[in-house]
Write a protein that binds this ligand. Structure first.
Ligand code: UDP
Length: 245
């Protein structure tokens, strides 16, 4: 990034830089991959670019469906321009199918189709290991009003319907995903962060047996190999679909 822009924040997978306009930022996607609260780390050359391009395509699709997001446009393949937001320190996970931590923490059997989407909210706090929290605890910590929390949950449910359809069109099953939101300068809630195989579980539907083929970060979490191939596959399916529609 041009050094006239200041690094405002560096996270595990992205760097955020100032922009000429005070209400915008540049978000640069890194090649680093982390899992289990950064206990496991690796670098995959080209992952940043793939996640940035995939996220941009998905944000564009959500914007078309009237979802308010921070995405404005791509600057280059691994950097996007976004509205500057004050990030709400919550991670909203929506699950369509039981997998991952849900099955480790409950008696729900792995791969159970959930009758209705389940929303799990985690406090975004590395020191506390992002604990699962409750509505009442959120209120107690004054993180946001219950009206805004409901609005965020409502947006998440709408996003799920749009994304489930989107991915189904490209033969992918949306198992679960994590979203983050923030307030823009007018105090409006916008979807932030990224939507990519780093924070969605996506299973290939092009299978004729019931083996799970993960095309997401589980390839890294579970040492399955082929992470870049999986992310490239997703990007090319998205592009082929967009070209045809
Ligand atoms: N997730 C994420 N960041 C996190 C934790 C989870 O993006 O810090 C995503 C993850 O990729 C998956 C969903 O949220 O799509 C649900 O993850 P889960 O709670 O099952 O945790 P995990 O099994 O990954 O520990």
């Amino acid at each position: 990034m041009n050094n006239k822009y200041q690094l405002i924040y560096e996270g595990k997978a992205k760097k955020v830089f100032s922009h000429d306009d005070a209400d915008k930022v540049f978000i640069e996607f890194k090649d680093d991959a982390t899992a289990f609260n950064a206990l496991k780390k690796a670098k995959f050359e080209g992952k940043g670019k793939l996640n940035c391009l995939i996220s941009a395509r998905i944000f564009e699709h959500l914007i078309k469906h009237n979802i308010p997001t921070h995405f404005l446009k791509l600057k280059n393949d691994n950097t996007m321009i976004a509205q500057k937001i004050k990030v709400i320190p919550l991670e909203i996970v929506l699950r369509n199918i039981a997998y991952g931590s849900l099955c480790k923490q409950t008696t729900i059997k792995s791969r159970t189709n959930l009758v209705k989407p389940l929303i799990d909210i985690y406090l975004k706090n590395d020191e506390l290991n992002d604990p699962l929290i409750t509505k009442d605890r959120i209120e107690l910590m004054n993180i946001l009003s219950s009206k805004d929390l409901d609005l965020m949950i409502d947006l998440t449910l709408k996003i799920n319907i749009i994304l489930k359809n989107f991915f189904k069109n490209i033969q992918l099953q949306l198992v679960d995903f994590k979203l983050e939101f923030g307030y823009d300068f007018e105090n409006k809630i916008l979807l932030g962060d990224e939507i990519s195989p780093d924070n969605c579980r996506l299973w290939d539907l092009n299978q004729n047996n019931d083996t799970i083929v993960s095309l997401d970060k589980d390839r890294f979490r579970n040492d399955l190999g082929g992470l870049l191939e999986a992310y490239s596959e997703i990007y090319s399916r998205i592009n082929n679909f967009i070209e045809l529609n």
